[in-house]
Design a protein around this ligand. Structure first.
Ligand SMILES: Nc1ncnc2c1ncn2[C@@H]1O[C@H](COP(=O)(O)OP(=O)(O)OP(=O)(O)O)[C@@H](O)[C@H]1O
Ligand SMILES: [Mg+2]
Length: 604
């Protein structure tokens, strides 16, 4: 189930970051920003204040406010004043810690609120995406986007926004402060910037590359596991365990390698930055000593630390930043995918007023541009007609249903319902007038009752039982523990395939649609049940336009119109007798089946 052609996009850090910021709750975010700014300002003011104290303390007693000279000429320290000055410094740091905590709490809320919003949007987006887009992803990939990517963003977003904003603010604030305090020392610090940037960018970039590889492999791994888990019976049956383990091992090894490389590289950043920082220290001490500014040197040691902080921070969290932004970017590309568009001024038509006339005019369609399927289809179906569509596997029968339901859009021509182009109706209007029982039965986790009621929300319990009786499902439902309250598992695999079909038939019956589509609706039930359902269906199909797709030709023998399809096009039409007499493709199909073993059963 590997699907190719994933949407490609370059890694756009700033674009993604700006987009994240834009979507945050603005008032909370501004509050977070203000608290971070206070932290930065306090962090810078404290060394400046410290410098003043140090310079005063170290000056001679004429200008030193912490020393007093008594009448005898004895110099003594004014302890309360000195302790007071240092208490203020400690106060700075206490204040920084408290405000830092507050800003963390605020930013955690910002990101939690955003993740909540994101999850909701993701869910809604899936509904608005055309199937042709979703086809490009395996279920594993979609799952990984909806869970892993959003989780990655959720987990690290608050951390990251704090660090990034803090780092940027700190960098510029310290830079300005350093020049104000002592421009000569500031120049030394500035001289280290290119080195720091170089290290962060070069190492960060290559680590990022490895990380992207790792992310990609993770997606592949999710798909592989999903395939293996959901198809494990098949894997075992064909003794493919070894092959699938081999594939898994290969992928796992590649993941290990890229994970190691990416982490190793981002780990390298720290010691390298430390080294550059230390060179800066030495230079500041030497020049500071020459210009004889002890307080300046001390202040600059703190400044240099603060100045290195942004680089170290960004270096350390670069891998987290990458997870988050790689996830965000993949998520955004998904969120940006073109949606199914609805017509601007849809024609309103009530479900009761639909007559069920269908026409296909020069319809052309294919799933992908390079494979032809339906090239030119013309078809006229009158209200209440029962149309049987037959043809070999892959002929395009289900495709026809997909087009009628507008699961896929035609490339050319038009499909009309009651003379209205179906593109002029909303999908909701179109689909609500059609009842469907498909090849792949779809049931959700919940009671049988609710699964049937899905067809029409206001159906009473009695109506549900009635529909189930009509669908020949009542008997088996009654034998289940809890009867109609029996809870089906997510994929409905605690009942048989045939029973699932009966439930979906009951669902279609209860929705009382004007148009009924049965695509291999009874392919999994035995012939006798099928015949019983057939009788009920004949009743239901009265005054309803019905499309029946069936492989067992005996089930459609009575249909007035039989459409024979092959390679996406209609090759013959007529009733059973006419088609047999024509001795064409239908006759071939019929005879092949008649001579086969299945037909013996069909005839009983
Ligand atoms: N989602 C899809 N994306 C791409 N190709 C598809 C898709 N669904 C079907 N096809 C292709 O379109 C062709 C027609 O498929 P379709 O499902 O309509 O056949 P069918 O007549 O219903 O066959 P069956 O009797 O086996 O159900 C096939 O060649 C199939 O491979
Ligand atoms: Mg089909």
């Amino acid at each position: 189930m590997t699907k190719t052609q994933k949407p490609k996009k370059d890694y756009k850090f700033f674009a993604s970051f700006a987009r994240l910021l834009k979507q945050f709750n603005p008032s909370l975010f501004v509050l977070g920003f203000i608290t971070i700014s206070i932290v930065v300002v306090l962090s810078i003011l404290s060394p400046i204040y410290l410098r003043d104290i140090i310079n005063k303390v170290s000056s001679n007693f004429h200008t030193n406010p912490y020393l007093v000279v008594d009448g005898t000429g004895r110099v003594s320290v004014v302890w309360p004043k000195l302790i007071g000055a240092f208490t203020i410094i400690i106060g700075f740091y206490v204040g920084i810690s408290i405000i830092r905590m507050i800003s963390s709490v605020i930013l955690i809320r910002v990101s939690a609120a955003y993740t909540y919003k994101l999850r909701k949007e993701f869910r809604l987006k899936i509904d608005r995406l055309p199937l042709s887009y979703l086809d490009k992803f395996t279920h594993g990939e979609l799952l990984s986007r909806g869970t892993n990517d959003i989780d990655a963003i959720a987990e690290s977003l608050n951390h990251i926004i704090f660090e990034i904003i803090y780092a940027v603010l700190m960098f510029f604030s310290v830079l300005i402060a350093m020049f104000i305090v002592e421009w000569r020392l500031a120049l030394i610090a500035v001289a280290t910037i290119p080195l720091q940037f170089g290290i962060t960018i070069i190492i960060g970039k290559s680590s990022q590359k490895k990380y992207r590889a790792f992310q990609k492999k993770t997606g592949e791994m999710t798909s592989l596991l999903e395939e293996n888990i959901s198809g494990f019976e098949v894997v075992k049956l064909y003794s493919q365990e070894e092959k699938s383990i081999e594939k898994f091992d290969k992928l796992n090894k590649e993941m290990y390698k890229s994970n190691f490389q990416s982490n190793f590289l981002s780990m390298l950043i720290w010691p390298s930055l430390r080294f550059v920082g230390n060179i800066g220290f030495v230079a500041v001490c030497v020049v500071g000593g020459i210009i004889n500014d002890l307080g300046g040197i001390l202040a600059f040691i703190t400044f240099l630390n603060l100045f290195n902080e942004p680089f170290q921070m960004l270096g350390e969290i670069s891998s987290t930043i990458q997870t988050t932004f790689a996830g965000a970017e993949r998520l955004f590309s998904f969120m940006d995918a073109p949606e199914e568009t609805e017509t601007e001024n849809p024609i309103e038509i009530k479900k009761e007023d639909v007559t069920g006339k269908f026409s296909f005019e020069n319809v052309r369609f294919s799933y992908s541009p390079d494979t032809k399927l339906i090239t030119n289809m013309n078809l006229e179906i009158n209200p209440g007609d029962i149309v049987a569509i037959v043809g070999p596997t892959g002929a395009g029968k289900t495709t026809l249903v997909n087009l009628i339901m507008r699961f896929y859009e035609i490339n050319d021509g038009s499909i009309k319902l009651d003379n209205i182009d179906i593109r002029d109706l909303t999908r909701q209007t179109l689909r609500s007038s059609i009842g469907m029982v498909l090849q792949d039965t779809w049931l959700f986790e919940g009671s049988i009752k609710n699964n049937i009621r899905y067809g029409r929300n206001d159906a009473t319990d009695e109506e549900i039982v009635e529909a189930a009786k009509a669908a020949r499902a009542h008997h088996f439902i009654s034998t289940l523990p809890g009867g109609y309250d029996f809870v089906l598992t997510e994929n409905g695999d605690n009942i048989s395939q045939g029973q699932r079909q009966l439930i979906t038939i009951a669902r279609a019956i209860i929705s009382r649609p004007k148009i009924l589509i049965l695509d291999e609706a009874t392919s999994s039930v035995d012939t006798r049940t099928e015949q019983a359902i057939q009788e009920v269906m004949n009743e239901i199909m009265k005054d309803r336009t019905t499309f029946i797709i069936a492989h067992r030709l005996s089930t459609i023998k009575k249909a007035k119109n039989i459409i024979v399809m092959s390679h996406g096009d209609i090759v013959e039409t007529g009733n059973h007798q006419e088609l047999l007499e024509a001795n064409g493709f239908y006759a071939q199909l019929y005879n092949a089946q008649f001579l086969g073993t299945a037909s013996a059963l069909d005839e009983t």
